[in-house]
Design a protein around this ligand. Structure first.
Ligand code: NAD
Length: 506
């Protein structure tokens, strides 16, 4: 099939619900004429009116001119039936998420449109290939996966299956740019890029909760303030709704043949059964009143207890920023080779827990407190062994909060909270690259735009250092003996070579 100049351009949109409307809006704003169709009588017309009302709002906000609104409205027509899509150069479907319905629709469309008309699906979770396989000409079928709300989420995944013509993907890539969206190309695999890369944040956070490392408001606070995520994982689960996120978690886990990295948590299933869906049911992890989330105050800072603090020589040399911090906080230091009998013993583990470090170094575990040396800004995370005495835990809490900084005190965990969650995200991002699902640049672009992370998984790994991420995962793997934490070959090789995680295969 050749996709030469097919004029005039006309984009058909089938399914004019939430997604179809958004796609139609950005298309007409990008100068692309659109014809709308929906199986529900009257839905196409309703969608047209809603889109024009949205454009009108943009005019009142000064974001669009009246002439642009007029031109947009003129580009937007409504089909009387599927046959009206005959002159389309491309059709995007955004109908119900059911394989049979999508296959049936594409078969019907093939009987109506020209041979070189592109058929694109906005599916999030179905196989584009399984949809294409039903078609007479599967080469014309590709995924065109937008995110909600479409006009604000300026990213679209162009999904290429083994049967997709590359010219079709090129056309969709060009169309996305004209719509003002950033296209990223991905091969047809479960979750594509964004929903695949998003597994690390949620599943590792649920795992931490399941291990009672910290209560969920504390995990949220650490990841927001300390690791720089816009929303905590439990706040995010509440926003999406467990009825939506758990099926995605389970489906990707199953589609990857029970890949341990994606193993969902029984906590989520139980909460779903309890109807604790999130914002939409007024109660998820948090309670909501009129859409407002309850405020959960962090644990109070205990009174200061002027214990002297011992920090081992190796940790002092490796983390001068921690030594500076202790000085800034006016801490009395115990400079002995071994800690004095009363000193608080501070350890700085990477990928290890406080207990393992204390026992290996012969430090009294009842006086041992660990500080996360990799995430010191925004929120300082402290971790205790199961036998750390309350006096030492509270003294460390008060000491690190003395300058008003946020401090979280958690139970023992190899890699604290941020190290673990960030390492899980980086590792999954690396494996997406290793599987050739997308280029390293597209992986990072998709994740920053699609998930709003401060950096893409590969740049996030580079910021910590590939070797450090590998050390965290090795520590987790040794401790749990769970293949969930096995490092991706992409990460291991780039760490060994000392090169950026964005380095492609040549
Ligand atoms: N909602 C999201 O956040 C989101 C994000 C990305 C992708 N998607 C995908 O986009 C698609 C649409 O999702 P949505 O949220 O817009 O759904 P929606 O329920 O808001 O809209 C679906 C529309 O399709 C129409 N429809 C159903 N079957 C049809 C058929 N056979 N022929 C013509 N019209 C039909 C319905 O009448 C409805 O108007 C799904 O495949 C979904 O997985 C959704």
């Amino acid at each position: 099939m050749t996709h030469t100049s097919r004029k005039p351009e006309l984009l058909g949109i089938v399914g004019t619900g939430l997604m179809g409307r958004g796609i139609a809006q950005i298309a007409v704003q990008g100068g692309i004429p659109v014809i709308l169709h929906d199986s529900r009588p009257g839905a196409g017309q309703e969608a047209r009116e809603a889109i024009i009302a949205t454009l009108d709002k943009l005019v009142s906000k000064g974001k669009l001119t009246t002439a642009e609104l007029q031109a947009g409205a003129e580009r937007l027509t409504v089909a009387a039936g599927l046959n009206d899509l005959a002159s389309c150069t491309a059709v995007v479907e955004a109908i119900i998420e059911k394989l049979d319905a999508k296959r049936e629709l594409f078969l019907q469309l093939e009987a109506v449109v020209a041979d070189d008309c592109i058929l694109a699906t906005n599916t999030s979770s179905l196989s584009v290939t399984a949809i294409a396989a039903a078609c007479r000409n599967p080469g014309r079928v590709a995924g065109f996966h937008f995110f909600s709300p479409v006009p604000l989420m300026k990213i679209v995944e162009v999904i290429v299956g083994p049967l997709t013509d590359s010219a079709v993907a090129d056309e969709l890539t060009g169309m996305a740019k004209r719509m003002g969206h950033a296209p990223v190309r991905a091969s047809d695999t479960p979750g594509f890029i964004v929903n695949h890369a998003g597994r690390g944040y949620l599943t590792e956070s649920l795992r931490l909760l399941g291990e009672t490392v910290a209560p969920y408001p504390e995990i949220d606070r650490i990841l927001r303030l300390g690791a720089g995520f816009r929303m905590g994982p439990f706040e995010l689960l509440d926003l999406t709704g467990l009825d939506v996120s758990l099926p995605v978690m389970e489906s990707i886990y199953e589609q990857y043949y029970q890949e341990p990295r994606f193993r969902p948590s029984p906590i989520a299933r139980q909460r779903l059964a309890a109807g604790l869906l999130g914002r939409k049911s007024q109660r998820g992890f948090y309670r909501y009143d009129d859409g407002r989330k309850e405020e959960v105050a962090p644990p109070a800072v205990p009174p200061r207890d002027h214990l002297s603090v011992w920090l081992g020589e190796d940790d002092s040399a490796a983390y001068p920023q921690v030594v500076e911090l202790l000085d800034r906080l006016g801490v009395e230091r115990d400079h002995g080779k071994r800690p004095c009998p009363d000193s608080l013993c501070l350890v700085l583990p990477v990928g290890q827990d406080a207990t393992t470090v204390a026992v290996a170094a012969g430090i009294d575990p009842t006086r041992c407190v660990a500080l996360d040396p990799l995430f010191l800004d925004g929120c300082r995370t402290l971790m205790t062994t199961p036998v750390t005495a309350t006096r030492y835990r509270d003294a460390a809490h008060a000491l690190f909060a003395a300058d008003g900084a946020a401090v979280a005190v958690i139970h023992d965990s190899p890699g604290f909270v941020s190290q673990r969650v960030v390492a899980a995200i980086v590792n999954i991002g690396c494996d997406i690259a290793q599987q050739g699902i997308a280029t390293p640049q597209d992986i990072d672009r998709a994740v920053t735009l699609g998930l709003g992370y401060p950096l893409g998984p590969l740049a996030l790994g580079d910021r910590l250092g590939a070797g450090t991420v590998l050390r965290i995962l090795d520590g987790l793997f040794d401790f749990y003996r769970d293949p969930r934490y096995r490092p991706s070959p992409w990460l291991t090789r780039r760490a060994l070579l000392g090169v950026s995680l964005l380095t492609p295969e040549n």
